[in-house]
Each structure stands twice: as C-alpha cells, then as structure tokens.
Ligand binder design. Structure first.
Ligand code: GDP
Ligand code: MN
Length: 397
C-alpha cells in the first residue's frame, strides 16, 4: 500500500527521524491557517506548497511551489488543489490533487550551502536482505543517476542476524562527504530511518532529497513509502492511511470482492483460475498478437456468483474488446464452471457486448464444452490452448 508524503513523514517523525515540518490542507483557507500555525511553530516565513498524490516527480509537474508570503500560499494552494497533476510517474491523464502539504522552507537561508542526498531502504530480493541505497546525487531522478553515473550510487546490505551496524552508518555518512555536526546528524538519521522501515513492515522508504541544511541539520524533505499489504493487519493505525481515491477504482472493487485483479493496458480481458495459469494466459494473448487488459485470478471456487462478479469487473474497463476465460478444472469441475459462465451470461443479459471465448480443461471438460456449445449463447468454446488463441484472433478480426 502506498501512502502520502505527509503520512510518511508522520511515521518517520514518530521514529525520531528529522523531517521538514508541515501540515496538510484540503483547501486554500486551510492552507493559509496551516501556514500561520507553521510560522508560529517553526519561525518560517516561506512555505512550500506540495501536492499530495501517490506519485513522484511532483516538482517537475508543477506540484511543488515556494510561497514567500501568505497571499502566495493562498494563490498556490488554490492553483494546486483540484489540478490534474501530470508527472513522469502518473498515468498520462495525471492525478487529481485533493490535498496539499504546507511545509516549512528548509533551503533558506543560504541555499548555496545546502546539499541534497538520495537515500532509500528497501528489500533486495535477490540477496534476501534489506539494503540502504544512497547517493550524493539527490533531488533528481535516481534512475538517471543509476544509468549515467552508477558509481555515485552506494549500497549497504543489512545482515538480518545482527541488524544495521554502527560501522555501516559511519561509512554512509563518510561516503556522503560529511564531517563535523552533519556527520553526527547523519549517524542518527540513518538508524532512525531504518527502524521506521522495519517497525512498520515497509517494503520501501525512499527519501529524495535528504537535505543537509545550511546549519548542518540532516532532514527528510520528501518521503515515498510503501507498506507491505500482507503485514497491515499488524498496523491498524497505518492501514487507516489508505487513500482509495489514489488507487485504481476497478482494483479496489475487485479486492473488496476477494478477486486478485490487476488492471493493464490491453484489450483482451482474462478470467483465469490460478496465478500461474493467468500469467501463461497473458503470454498466450501476446503470442496471438494482442495485449491483455488485466490479470485476474478468480481462485479455486469459480462458481456462478464469482464468475459473474469477475465478468462485471472485467467489463468496467472500457478498453476490453474480448474476454478469454481459461479455467483448469481440478477440484472445481469444468461443468460447474461452464454452468457458472452460462448463468452469469443469462443474468447479465445485454451488458456483455464483447465476444467471449471459454477454454475449460480438466475434470469433465468434454461435458463442459458440450454445455457451452448447446447453450444457444454466443460463447465460443475451445479445448486446446492454441484453439483459444485462434478464437481470440477470429473474434477480434
Ligand atoms: P517530488 O518532485 O515529487 O520528488 O517532490 P519533492 O518533495 O522531492 O520536492 C521536489 C523539489 O522541491 C525538491 O527536490 C526540492 O528541490 C524542492 N523543495 C522541496 N522542499 C523545498 C523547500 O523547503 N524549499 C525550496 N526552496 N525548495 C524545496
Ligand atoms: Mn522527491
């Protein structure tokens, strides 16, 4: 689960990580009130207005702006809230901004004496260990740094048996070119960040930039955080941070229905039981020259109700031009699935306007095919994988 920058900073703060302070606002009036409050708390006169959406690159897209007085706070908040923010990480149409973070300006005074670093904590799946990735080249696209100047990216792997070690922390501060007070600050910042990552069962904490201020403080200016969905039950407080407005609406609905659905860009909807078969089916669609519209694993109990729900969810995607159902009947018998498809089709009547290709294999497959073929409904049946692909071609040509 992704969370917003302001929520990530709340978590960091609770673990003792110094962050750029701020308050969230839903409209321009609130923005001004929050700016006033922040001035009272921190003494800052300048504020940064930051769009809160689940995507990075906001600065480039015009979602992060500096306000030098309250009137500018109001104007910029007015401008940013409600905008459709387009960044390299949003869908092409952008993301609607519902909230802004009013943050203290931490670059002033003495912007020339500040330094921006990159730091993230994440799981290295290849090594099966957490690692800290960091670079002197913060503030910019880390992907670009990785491509053009990979020697400027450092990593520190953490041995799960002993945890993050003091010498590793000092090596990080040293490699970032720090000394004196800033060095010391960094040796406090890194363990606190790592504790936050471990403590909330995150899969990623990315802080870009980590800022060295002109008075040698080390603070998190940004926070991109992903929490492990499978561990959220241990953190009801963080689970409440979910903002479903930021998530794909069809995926949210599928999840509520207990279906494993991932929205994709293609035109062939798929309904499959088992994640492996679902992946193979997507390959099959690609071999046939098309692109899958989704990944959908209906699970082991593909009864009529479930098939119907799956149909409804697939059809919410306006790009779907055909649906391929590929079910292997092991414990669930093919004839029951076939009945499910037929019943769902009957129930849904006119709402299905695209061709449907059904491939059932396994227990009672022949009977299932007969049922489909004799149903009098415009459902195409197939027995072999290849036949199903050919049927998709025929249906879409
Ligand atoms: P992102 O573009 O989505 O990664 O958003 P960030 O939170 O990283 O902000 C983008 C950029 O805005 C940063 O790289 C900074 O250069 C700039 N920025 C952030 N906070 C401040 C601030 O307090 N003062 C000034 N002058 N610039 C800031
Ligand atoms: Mn950033």
């Amino acid at each position: 689960m992704d969370i917003h920058e302001y929520q990530g900073k709340e978590i960091l703060s609770s673990y003792g990580v110094k962050v750029q302070r701020g308050h969230v606002a839903n409209n321009a009036q609130e923005a001004v009130a929050m700016a006033k409050q922040l001035t009272a708390e921190t003494g800052t006169g300048w504020h940064v207005i930051k769009a809160q959406v689940h995507a990075g690159g906001r600065g480039k897209g015009g979602g992060v702006k500096l306000a030098k007085n309250l009137q500018q706070v109001e104007e910029l908040a007015e401008q940013i809230i409600g905008m459709q923010l387009i960044t390299p990480q949003t869908p092409p149409e952008g993301k609607k901004v519902h909230k802004v973070l009013i943050a203290e300006d931490v670059y002033y005074p003495g912007e020339s004496q500040t330094e921006e670093f990159y730091m993230s904590v994440l799981l290295n799946r290849g090594k099966g260990r957490n690692m800290i990735m960091y670079s002197t080249e913060g503030g910019m696209d880390i992907e670009e740094v990785a491509e053009k100047t990979p020697h400027l990216i450092f990593t520190e792997e953490i041995d799960p048996a002993v945890g993050l070690q003091g010498f590793q922390v000092r090596r990080i501060a040293f490699n970032l070119g720090l000394s004196g007070a800033a060095f010391k600050e960094m040796t406090q910042f890194v363990p606190a960040l790592y504790n936050a990552y471990i403590g909330c069962d995150a899969t990623m904490f990315e802080i870009n930039p980590v800022l060295k201020t002109s008075d040698n403080k080390i603070i998190a200016v940004d926070a991109k955080v992903n929490l492990d969905d499978n561990a959220l039950y241990r953190h009801p407080k963080y689970a409440e941070m979910r903002d479903i407005r930021e998530e794909n609406a069809i995926e949210v609905e599928a999840k509520a229905a207990g279906l494993n659905y991932v929205d994709l860009d293609g035109t062939v909807g798929c309904m499959v039981n088992g994640a492996g078969l679902a992946m193979a089916t997507m390959d099959l669609i690609k071999y046939a020259g098309y692109e899958p519209a989704n990944f959908l694993d209906v699970g082991g109990t593909a009864d009529a109700k479930r098939v119907e729900t799956a149909f409804r969810i697939i059809l919410k995607d306006p790009n779907v031009r055909a649906i391929l159902i590929n079910i292997f009947g092991g414990i669930v018998r093919c004839d029951r699935v076939a009945q499910g498809v037929i019943d769902a089709y009957k129930n849904m009547g006119d709402s299905i306007k695209v061709p449907i290709i059904v491939r059932l294999q396994g227990t009672n497959a022949e009977l299932a095919k007969e049922m489909i073929d004799n149903s009098g409904m415009p459902i195409l049946s197939a027995t072999l994988f290849q036949e199903a692909a050919d049927q998709v071609k025929v249906a879409l040509s």
